[in-house]
Design a binder for this molecule. Structure first.
Ligand code: NOJ
Length: 598
């Protein structure tokens, strides 16, 4: 599985290579970049990514219970425009269309996550708070009572919901078997009903899509929060391991790539430091939540996630690996950081930012302990691993998953004062939890790259090469996957609905720098574009759009944007600069197929 041979030479026509870093970055985004699939090693996996909560909807169907985000979304003011993901992109019912889209794109792999509360809903005792929210917002809902034994002490949460298992089995089988589920009558009808052109064009389908599964991507049963405080409790480790075991048992015969936890660093920052994700904990100066301690809680939550990860990997290696022969990794949110000035202290601050954000997660799973930088500045506030924990943590990841979108400036706050006075910086930079580093996207009022629809996600293609290079050096070139990379259109740009040229330029230029990192020896095994379709972007609701497919808010029909055609052409090694040249290849288009069938 790891044998992708780096063979082809990389052809990058970027009108830059030497000059100041800023101009390199700018030119590479705006100018033509020639990047081809053949610039990547043989066996390199190209895919698209989604996550369960962001696309599935059907939040109380077929036995799924409430998760932390369901409850949070229905608290007034939590999500932009009062959006929720109760329906989301309705992927739960439209998964076959979405898998056909993936086949029509020609991807090698699809990264998706498993909804914990769909697979292990448990017997959900409603708190008065939830009862209130449920009666207000849901017409009806189902509580699935356990059919299996439960240990209320904290491990083994809940009974397995077979409907949830069935749903993911269908996804996995449809990915691997090019879309058709032989025994499912409805799906067969659906396929017949589809546009003939698409089905007849079988020769252009890929041979089968590799499922690349994230076990936990921000959503977990609300009961775990109510019962013991979710990731703030060590009890969560055992419940996570139990959930992962169910996934290995149920899907591991077909899934060969597993990610334990998506972005523990970003989740804990938003959930326990800034209080913008559930359970909305924080304290000043980060925010004014009703509860929380922003200086300490993120450290505790990550500590539990890391141990949950390590225990899961141990079980996989001891009980499943020899038969299932898969690999397990962890995914880290990875901004690149550049010094704000040439000052040595700002250079150190940029290094510290990398340590406090990325090495925080990766040092423990590679070397068995937190980065020395963090120990130095946090002192006793940083939890300690027992010696047996260090043993299971060390080398507990087969690969590193890198989610990379953007680069920020870093400025030292130990020797100089840091005041956050523009919209791209964040408060609390003079605290240990931030590594005493101020980060921002502007220098003297000039942004580090072109803005996107996401605050702080400025376009800096070269950051891709730099972040990979950082991980390569610090982790002795451990295998890596770019598990997410993508572009969110600035808000209210109607022309971007379909003609998303900026997204194409973003993808091309980031890929070009990724190819260069690989050519320079980085062991990167795959790349996942975020995301397949416009979806629920957490606190931004549907106001931020990352998809290469547009989803109509009313009909939920999917239509390919220009970037989908570009990606399709790229994957089939057609010229990337002229989308039209390969346009004979058809892309799945829900609108068209419905029109034809009517
Ligand atoms: C990373 C997260 O994993 C994903 O859920 C999110 O939508 C993207 N970043 C974009 O913010």
């Amino acid at each position: 599985m790891w044998k992708g041979k780096f063979s082809s030479s990389v052809t990058i026509v970027v009108l830059i290579l030497c000059a100041a870093a800023n101009s390199i970055v700018k030119a590479s985004f705006e100018d033509e970049v020639d990047i081809k699939r053949s610039d990547f090693p043989d066996g390199f996996l190209f895919g698209a990514a989604t996550s369960s909560y962001q696309v599935e909807g059907a939040n109380l169907e077929d036995g799924r219970s409430l998760c932390n985000w369901d409850v949070f979304c229905h608290i007034k003011g939590s999500i932009a425009n009062g959006d929720s993901a109760d329906i989301a992109e309705d992927h739960y019912h439209r998964y076959m269309e979405d898998i056909e889209i993936l086949h029509s794109l020609g991807v090698d792999a699809y990264r998706f996550s498993i909804s914990w509360s769909r697979v292990l809903p448990s017997m959900h005792f409603l708190s008065p708070f939830e009862r209130f929210h449920c009666s207000c917002f849901f017409l009806s809902w189902v509580v699935v009572f356990d059919k299996h034994t439960r240990d209320h002490g904290g491990g083994k949460f809940g009974g397995v919901n077979q409907a949830g298992i069935l749903f993911y089995n269908k996804i996995i089988d449809s990915l691997l078997s090019r879309g058709a589920m032989p025994n499912d009558y409805l799906i067969q009808c659906f396929l017949l009903f589809k546009q003939i052109r698409f089905i007849a064009d079988n020769s252009k389908f890929s041979a089968g899509i590799e499922p690349f599964v994230t076990i936990h991507h921000f959503d977990y049963p609300q009961e775990l929060e109510d019962r013991y405080g979710g990731w703030l409790s060590h009890l969560m480790q055992e419940d996570f391991v139990h959930f992962a075991e169910i996934c290995f048992q149920s899907f591991g015969d077909r899934v060969k790539y597993w990610c334990t936890i998506n972005e523990p660093n970003l989740f804990s920052e938003f959930a326990y430091e800034r209080g913008t994700y559930p359970p909305a904990h924080c304290s000043p100066p980060f925010g004014n939540c009703s509860t929380g301690n922003s200086d300490v809680e993120p450290l505790i939550a990550v500590h539990n996630m890391l141990l949950g990860h390590a225990k899961t990997v141990k079980i996989y290696r001891e009980r499943f690996k020899s038969e299932q022969r898969g690999v397990v990794g962890i995914v880290v949110h990875s901004f690149m950081y550049k010094p704000l000035t040439e000052d040595k202290r700002d250079k150190e601050a940029a290094d510290r930012a990398l340590a406090f954000n990325i090495a925080w997660i990766l040092d423990p799973v590679v070397f068995g302990d937190y980065p020395p930088e963090m120990r130095h500045y946090h002192g006793s506030e940083l939890p300690k691993f027992a010696s047996e924990e260090r043993i299971i943590l060390r080398d507990s990841t087969d690969f590193i998953g890198i989610n990379h979108y953007a680069t920020l400036y870093a400025k030292d706050c130990i020797y100089s004062s840091c005041i956050c006075n523009d919209s791209s910086c964040t408060k609390g930079s003079d605290r240990a939890i931030r590594g005493f580093v101020y980060t921002a996207a502007e220098r003297d009022g000039v942004p580090i790259g072109e803005p996107t629809g996401m605050a702080r996600f400025f376009v800096v293609p070269r950051g891709m090469e730099e972040i990979v290079e950082y991980a390569k050096k610090r982790y002795l070139n451990k295998p890596m996957f770019v598990t997410e990379n993508g572009y969110s259109s600035p808000l209210n740009k109607v022309e971007d609905y379909h003609h998303d040229v900026k997204r194409i330029n973003y993808l091309k230029s980031y890929l070009a720098f990724l190819a260069r990192a690989i050519r320079n020896g980085a062991d990167v095994r795959g790349y996942f574009l975020w995301t397949l379709m416009d979806d629920f972007e957490w606190v931004n609701g549907y106001s931020v759009r990352f998809g290469i497919y547009r989803v109509d808010p009313q009909t939920l029909n999917r239509t390919p944007k220009l970037s989908a055609s570009w990606f399709r052409n790229f994957l089939s090694n057609c010229s990337l600069n002229y989308v039209e040249s390969c346009n004979s290849i058809s892309l799945m288009n829900t609108d068209e197929s419905r029109a034809q069938s009517e």
